[in-house]
Design a protein around this ligand. Structure first.
Ligand SMILES: *Cc1c(COP(=O)(O)O)cnc(C)c1O
Length: 360
């Protein structure tokens, strides 16, 4: 068996010990005589998996007692509608901060549900830098302020927590949740698709402060109503059971590694290897402002786009895949989530040097 170094932006690489354990438990989970996929979501076996996964997430992220953790479906793109449906009703207005493709998409979708304003945008820098907090024009009457903590395509990431006063901060953390410690109490709501740092696709995590529940617009489908789901312990409809199980295994693995601080340190180390190299060569280029660079997704461009195919082919031959940049921006992108080992990043830099020697 050969495992590749998979730089995919998502669904993404998972920790090998997790995959091994899932394989071992596939036919018979803990003597139950069935796989997790075959269990009733209301049976005691799955209920225990569900509870353990939720408890682990609360423990690892330090989620305060006045927050609900919801296991939903629909992905972050689904949440682009589900968030305003549930929250905007409090005042009818919301502020959005635009920092790249994903936050722009959130903003567009929200317009259907209320008065949505752009409080700040990184457009002037072509989204290579975050708009500074001083430039934000926040509306104190907004129901919430929306940000994307890590722009998966553009490669900018918040390394500070915006101050939105009494207005709840809402963050799409799809591509950097669990990558570093965060102070959950500074957010009103956090949402994330699981398929970057937590597990397989199909599971969407929502962490919401209890006092924000209860403002859903009448059009909100019950299955997407946070209050309904919170009261039903995320079992109003059948939750994505297998994805929750794998997420639980990933969380256990993360805990064993030492939790958020240890993971963050590992991620910083990996990102530094790549950025230090990019800064030391003229053959490759990363245009993002240094203080806003993502530690999860590192876009870079070769000196000459005509070399892209050769670069990707050589990478593939060396067992490094999914390095092609997003179709909207071109170039390359290395996604180096939690489960990407440091050896993968070192192998990539090694290859980039070699390619530069041949083509520079
Ligand atoms: C991947 C991603 C999404 C899209 O998630 P879906 O599961 O396809 O809905 C949204 N926002 C961010 C920041 C992402 O990285």
């Amino acid at each position: 068996m050969t495992r590749v170094f998979n730089f995919s932006p998502g669904p993404a690489t998972l920790p090998e010990p997790v995959l091994r354990q899932a394989a071992e438990e596939m036919l018979d989970w803990h003597g139950s005589g069935m796989s997790v996929m075959e269990m009733s979501h209301r049976g005691k076996e799955f209920m225990s998996i569900h509870a353990e996964t939720e408890d682990l997430l609360k423990e690892l992220m330090g989620i305060p007692a006045n927050y609900k953790v919801l296991f939903m479906q629909g992905g972050a793109i689904g949440e682009n509608a589900i968030v305003p449906m549930n929250l905007i009703g409090a005042t009818g207005k919301a502020d959005y901060v635009l920092t790249g493709d994903w936050s722009k998409k959130s903003y567009k979708e929200a317009k259907t549900y209320g008065q949505v304003n752009v409080a700040a945008t990184g457009e002037a820098s072509k989204f290579t830098a975050l708009p500074k907090q001083q430039e934000w024009k926040l509306d104190p009457g907004a129901a919430y302020v929306h940000i994307c903590s890590n722009e998966t395509i553009g490669g900018v990431q918040f390394h500070w927590t915006p101050d939105t006063g009494r207005v709840p901060l809402v963050a799409d953390m799809s591509s950097d949740i669990l990558s570093r410690p965060i102070d959950v109490a500074k957010y009103g709501l956090i949402y994330a698709g699981a398929q970057k740092n937590i597990g397989p696709s199909g599971l969407t995590i929502v962490i919401v402060r209890e006092d924000l529940l209860g403002h859903a617009l009448p059009v909100t489908p019950s299955a997407f109503n946070y209050k309904v789901q919170a009261e039903a312990d995320s079992m109003y409809n059948t939750p994505p059971t297998y994805a929750i199980y794998i997420a639980g295994l990933v969380l256990k693995h993360v805990k064993k590694l030492g939790g958020m601080k240890a993971v963050a340190q590992h991620n910083e180390e990996k990102a530094a290897i790549l950025y230090d190299f990019l800064d030391a060569t003229a053959f490759y280029r990363n245009p993002i402002a240094k203080e806003d660079r993502s530690r999860m997704n590192v876009p870079f461009w070769l000196k000459d786009d005509a070399l892209n195919d050769a670069f990707l082919k050589g990478a593939q031959e060396r067992g490094m895949i999914q390095l092609k940049g997003h179709r909207s921006v071109g170039g390359m992108r290395a996604s180096i989530y939690n489960a990407m080992p440091i050896e993968g990043v070192k192998a990539l830099v090694q290859y980039m040097k070699e390619f530069e020697r041949q083509h520079g």
